[in-house]
Design a binder for this molecule. Structure first.
Ligand code: PAF
Length: 274
């Protein structure tokens, strides 16, 4: 296993490889990432894990500054996986000086939920993913379903760019109490961490209600329940039927429930198929 800080060196190392799997990450690796990486290792001759905290996708400077970073620890975690290459660039290997995000049009999906609350976020994600895809040109790229809206936009981006890359969505890996694994989970104190276990309970409650109640009734119930949880600030709870978006017509995707909240200073998201 080797770590490359420039894509030019990385490209030399993968020249002639049959199938390449890419797992883009921002580091601070946890078991959720490891499950993606192990799957990629099983399905490809070589796997590239990119570790890069992409500044253009942060709309909040404090969030960018506080984002956990520990490259040495990440490298140790990946030590035992064979045929793995790490791409850990600095800003200048990825962006020109003062380069900004490109502006994308994903038929409005970029403007709801995460896109609405974090203006510019998806332009930043799409900009870095487009760069990684065009530098590396992998056969398969792996993303977690915890960031389901992101996964969807990356599928659309790949189609719009005409790239021949399979985008593989991987099921969310959860802690014992059901909390979706996230690099942000470690930023909570014990009390906040306990509260975070309520997120999945709200989603499961919505799933239970889904057959017998309409969307407005479910939203009201979840919003009321969320309000009664101490130190829990609901940012949104939405039920989305993605087949309503013309860009996704024919995908026949089922409805999903989405939630974003703040517990103390930590912002968490999750979703569940209904
Ligand atoms: O999901 C993430 O960790 C990031 O948004 C990604 C896809 C690595 C792009 O920076």
């Amino acid at each position: 296993m080797r770590t490359y800080s420039t894509y030019k060196e990385l490209l030399k190392a993968i020249k002639g490889t049959n199938t390449i799997g890419l797992v883009p990450t921002m580091g601070s690796l946890h078991d959720g990432h490891l499950s993606l990486i192990k799957r990629a290792a099983n399905e490809n001759n070589k796997v590239i894990v990119s570790i890069y905290v992409n500044p253009t996708q942060f709309n909040d400077r404090e969030d960018l500054e506080n984002y956990p970073r520990d490259l040495k620890r990440d490298i140790r975690k990946l030590n035992k996986i064979e045929n793995l290459l790490i791409y850990a660039p600095d800003n200048l290997d990825v962006y020109d000086k003062s380069e900004k995000s490109k502006i994308y049009d994903f038929d409005g999906i970029e403007n709801i939920m995460e896109g609405k609350l974090r203006p510019g976020h998806f332009n930043g994600v799409a900009t870095i993913v487009e760069k990684l895809f065009t530098f590396i040109n992998p056969d398969n790229a792996y993303f977690g379903e915890k960031d389901f809206q992101q996964l969807l936009l990356i599928k659309i981006l790949t189609k719009q760019l005409g790239l021949n890359i399979n985008i593989i969505g991987c099921e969310t890996i959860r802690e014992n109490d059901g909390l979706a694994m996230s690099s942000r989970n470690n930023l909570m104190n014990n009390k906040e961490r306990k509260t975070a276990g309520e997120i999945v309970k709200l989603l499961l409650h919505a799933k239970k209600m889904y057959l017998d109640f309409n969307i407005n009734q479910i939203k009201k119930e979840i919003e009321n329940k969320a309000m009664s949880i101490e130190n829990f600030k609901l940012e949104y709870f939405e039920i989305i039927d993605f087949s309503n978006f013309s860009i996704l017509k024919g995908n026949r995707m089922k409805s999903r429930a989405f939630i974003a909240c703040k517990i103390g200073k930590v912002r968490l998201i999750d979703n569940l198929s209904l």
